[in-house]
Design a protein around this ligand. Structure first.
Ligand code: MG
Ligand code: MG
Length: 237
């Protein structure tokens, strides 16, 4: 899983470097494909329930699952890029959001708070803590700013499949979660909106947008619970 995580981190570096005004989201997908090919890794996104690409690219009010295509990014956009890889049967999964050129102060704050909320969740991923504490930590950071946490899409355990049980909600789920033990691996992925938490699925059957048109950001890492604390597998060396 460390190997898969490193490939995902490399996909992040490569796509991040390729984001500039005028680039299409299909070109970002191609850049990520080149990383997979170079590393001999497989895509866990491509053909997942028919998904046609190796990354999800979700601009502005799109929360997650955007299909890369002819859309050109413009100065002032924000773009969420979600990447995954399989190495030797094990999966990695991670996402980030960034601005395209100069962005609004609100967009900057959204990106900062969403990333902070992910790290607040990671900080409680210790043996003996319960999984719902992750979501509670995320939710506290987000709601203290007046932003909202998406409810309909959540994080997940990950291993020899991308999406394993249990789920990892980014909010208090109403009852205590399982106890975290060394060796468990989770993808934690807050999706944060400037407006309300409600979502809407577009007609392509994939793209999820904010119901109220507000901006949305998404950060995700794959993290192992270890005796020494949380180990983030999808960070670069
Ligand atoms: Mg992901
Ligand atoms: Mg995920």
């Amino acid at each position: 899983m460390r190997k898969a995580g490193k490939v995902v981190a490399e996909m992040h570096d490569a796509t991040r470097a390729a984001v500039h005004p005028g680039v299409t989201t299909a070109e970002l997908d191609r850049v990520a494909r080149e990383v997979l090919e170079r590393r001999g890794a497989k895509s866990n996104f491509l053909n997942y329930h028919g998904f046609p690409a190796v990354i999800c690219a979700s601009p502005n009010n799109m929360i997650v699952h955007g299909i890369p295509g002819r859309r050109r990014l413009e100065e002032g956009d924000i773009i969420s890029i979600d990447c995954g890889a399989i190495v030797e049967g094990y999966h990695g999964d991670a996402a980030f959001t960034m601005g395209v050129g100069r962005i609004s102060p609100l967009a900057e704050k959204l990106i900062r708070v969403t990333e902070e909320s992910l790290w607040a969740g990671i900080a409680v991923m210790k043996e003996g803590n319960r999984l719902h504490e992750v979501g509670r930590a995320v939710q506290e950071v987000v709601e203290n700013t007046g932003f909202s946490v998406v409810r309909e899409y959540v994080g997940h355990a990950i291993g020899t499949a991308m999406h394993e049980d249990p789920q990892v909600p980014n909010y208090w789920p109403g009852r205590p979660g399982p106890v975290m033990k060394s060796g468990m691996v989770f993808a934690v992925e807050p999706m944060v909106n400037t407006g309300g938490p409600a979502t809407r699925l577009l007609e392509d059957g994939w793209s999820v947008v904010t119901a109220d048109g507000g901006l949305s950001a998404h950060f995700e890492h794959t993290i192992a619970v270890t005796e020494g604390g949380p180990e983030v597998l999808t960070l670069p060396d």
